[in-house]
Write a new protein. Structure first.
Length: 269
């Protein structure tokens, strides 16, 4: 999608986060990802298959993610950018058709994005480790048996996510100069969950605000279950360690992206 060298992705990676290329609600700490060959699946929460002698950790109160809000993407070709925006808005609960977006940005050749009101929601590695220190894994579950009893698979636990309920889109011409978008073309096209307003600089900058916060980045550990014990391994952030999850109205080909060369990540909800 032309974002591997994007400033937002680089900043997230520098801070240890990986990008969710199609932000959506429902990606949370304690979610387990399993990789089998060329595909990766969201398997569910570890709490569904691990019965511990201590309660599962709960994410702390959302905290502002200083230094991440205000980061802007590179200028994206309007065709690619509007497809991305359509999927972001779907993830925020404000599904909108591409024709409506095309009409609103008919003068645009490029668009630039910025996530606003960014918050972190996480469990600490110590709290996660305490939960995993003693308990029972449900080995009667065929997915547990396949993933955690297989040397050919890899498993990961998400422990930190970044969320936002607001995205700002700047409309530009071929030279990168701001041009007005037609906010009126969006009237009635968005669901009641998402509102759109012109920015302080006019209608060249549109801000979409949702009633919910969608996850757009995450941190994780690779984990092993060996001899009845969990073994965590740190996983460095990587431009390629990004994923997308299908949202209502998303095109089939956008339900997966390259996670590493030759590998795909698909999230089944």
């Amino acid at each position: 999608m032309g974002m591997c060298k994007d400033p937002v992705t680089q900043e997230l990676n520098r801070r240890g986060y990986n990008l969710v290329k199609l932000p959506r609600v429902g990606i949370e700490p304690l979610d387990v990802l399993g990789r089998d060959g060329d595909s990766m699946e969201k398997l569910g929460s570890v709490t569904e298959v691990w019965t511990s002698t201590v309660p599962a950790p709960t994410a702390g109160a959302p905290a502002p993610a200083a230094g991440i809000g205000g980061q802007k993407t590179s200028d994206l070709d309007v065709g690619i950018g509007l497809k991305l925006l359509s999927n972001v808005l779907s993830g925020l609960g404000g599904g909108i058709s591409l024709p409506s977006l095309n009409a609103a940005f008919k003068r645009s050749k490029k668009v630039q994005f910025e996530f606003v009101n960014v918050e972190s929601s996480s469990v600490t590695p110590f709290a996660l480790g305490k939960f995993l220190a003693s308990g029972t894994l449900d080995t009667t579950n065929p997915f547990v048996t396949h993933y955690f009893g297989n040397d050919e698979t890899q498993e990961y636990i998400i422990f930190d996510v970044l969320k936002s309920d607001t995205i700002t889109v700047t409309s530009k011409n071929e030279s990168g100069v701001a041009v007005d978008a037609d906010i009126g073309a969006l009237s009635g096209a968005l669901s009641a969950n998402v509102k759109v307003n012109a920015g302080a600089t006019g209608s060249s900058e549109l801000t979409f605000k949702s009633a919910v916060k969608a996850t757009f980045a995450f941190k994780l550990f690779e984990v092993f279950f060996e001899n009845g014990k969990w073994v965590p391994r740190g996983t460095a952030a990587d431009d390629d360690l990004s994923f997308s999850a299908p949202v209502a109205g998303a095109a089939v080909e956008e339900a997966s992206v390259v996670i590493k060369p030759g590998r795909m990540l698909k999230i089944a909800m």
